[in-house]
Each structure stands twice: as structure tokens, then as C-alpha cells.
Design a protein around this ligand. Structure first.
Ligand code: C5P
Length: 220
């Protein structure tokens, strides 16, 4: 058994993609597997935290001792996140939330027409983690992720500030074999006055190290 470092703490984590309906049979989504978020949930639970995992549509088993809330859309994830964040000490936004949703979800299946072109109007989804970090009361220590393909450090630091996060984990998803939908990940964590790199390793192992850094930063 591991030392129960997080005993008495509630950790809420978002994971996986969101799915934005177009009509009753179609949707917009992305390739997020949810593996990093589920690994973080498992690591936090093993250290004694009460863990609430808000999961988009993924095919992963629920880690032992973790309370899982399944959602589909960004709007559903947003609602669940705000509800659970206010009773959490730590919030980790690991989900790959769709930036946009379809403005008018069709009630019936869209039919092909004679036209060769089809336009869908999209509208911005709420920024879930920014909403959590902006809470005026019961704001948890808020940790985000940034998947970038270039200028990783500078984009990550911008997001840390803009979204008012306490810590951000930045990974370069242009490198094959790490990050999105991979078993392994390498990243650098940034906070207001520090940073720490984490070498390429299995997401479960990385998750343990990240939870320990997050706990350390939360405690200070
Ligand atoms: O802005 P970007 O999507 O790169 O930011 C990534 C971080 O913000 C992740 O922590 C992600 O979970 C979170 N996010 C969110 N809601 C959104 C978009 C991103 O919580 N609508």
C-alpha cells in the first residue's frame, strides 16, 4: 500500500474527448483516448484521494475506487465540472474539449441534397477549466493541459496566465509515440515561478509523478 498522502482531499478530473452532436446519428469529436486523465485518476485514488472522474466517451475501465461521471458534450462536461469543482481541493482538466459545437443540432437525420457543398455553423463551447479557475468561492487548485505542435513552452505559459491556472502540463503532440492516443507521454509542467520536465514514460508512471508535483504545489 502507498502512503495515503491525499487522504481527505477531493480531486476532480476531466478526461477524454467530448462529442458534439450534428444530428441524431452524427457528431464532431477528436482522437483523445482519455488515458492520461484515467491514469491521473488512478494515481490520485491510490494515494487516498476521493476522486471524481468526469469522462467523455472513451472505452476505458474505471480505476478502482474512482467515482466516474460519464458525459458526452462539452456543455454536459461544463455543468458536471462546475458542480463538482466547488467541493474539490484539486481540479485537473485533462479532457480534449471540442472548441466548437454545432449551432443548431438537427432534430432529424440530415439528408443529402443535390448541392455538392454543405456548411455547418459552429459556435464556441464554454472553456471549462477557465470557468473553474474563475470561481470566486471554493475555487480548487486548478491544473490544465496544453497539447501543442510548436512553440510548446510559450503557448503553455500563455494559457497558464490567460486561463488563470495554478499549473499547466504541456506536451508536444507532434512527436510520434507520445501524447494524444499514445501509451506514453513526455511533458513539462509550468507554474507561476517554476517548471519541471518529465521524461517520456508510461502514462501510469507519469501520472504518479504528476500527482506528487500537483500535491506539492497545492500544499505551498
Ligand atoms: O485552450 P486549450 O484547449 O489548448 O487548453 C487546454 C486546456 O484547457 C486543457 O486543460 C483542457 O482540458 C481545457 N479546456 C477546457 N474547456 C475547453 C477547452 C479546453 O476545459 N473548452
Amino acid at each position: 500500500p502507498k502512503p495515503q498522502l491525499l487522504q481527505g482531499l477531493t480531486v476532480t478530473i476531466t478526461a477524454g474527448p467530448t462529442r458534439e452532436a450534428i444530428d441524431p446519428v452524427r457528431y464532431i469529436s477528436n482522437h483523445s483516448s482519455g488515458k492520461m486523465g484515467f491514469a491521473l485518476a488512478q494515481a490520485a485514488a491510490e494515494l487516498g484521494a476521493k476522486v471524481q472522474l468526469i469522462a467523455g466517451p472513451v472505452s476505458l475501465p474505471t480505476p478502482a475506487g474512482v467515482q466516474r461521471i460519464d458525459v458526452q458534450s462539452a456543455d454536459q462536461m461544463h455543468q458536471a465540472a462546475l458542480e463538482l469543482a466547488v467541493s474539490s481541493q484539486i481540479f485537473i482538466g485533462c479532457a480534449a474539449v471540442a472548441d466548437y459545437k454545432v449551432a443548431q443540432v438537427a432534430a432529424q437525420k440530415l439528408k443529402k441534397t443535390a448541392d455538392d457543398n454543405l456548411s455547418l455553423q459552429l459556435v464556441k463551447n464554454p472553456d471549462i477549466i477557465a470557468a473553474v479557475a474563475a470561481l470566486l468561492q471554493n475555487r480548487p487548485f486548478t491544473v490544465g493541459f496544453a497539447a501543442e505542435t510548436q512553440d510548446v513552452a510559450s503557448y503553455a505559459k500563455q494559457k497558464l496566465q490567460k486561463k488563470k491556472l495554478d499549473l499547466i502540463c504541456a506536451n508536444d503532440v507532434s512527436v510520434p509515440g507520445q501524447g494524444f492516443n499514445a501509451e506514453q507521454n513526455a511533458l513539462t509542467a509550468y507554474w507561476a515561478d517554476g517548471e519541471q520536465p518529465f521524461a517520456l514514460q508510461d502514462k501510469s508512471q507519469l501520472a504518479e509523478q504528476l500527482i506528487s508535483l500537483i500535491y506539492k504545489r497545492y500544499s505551498q
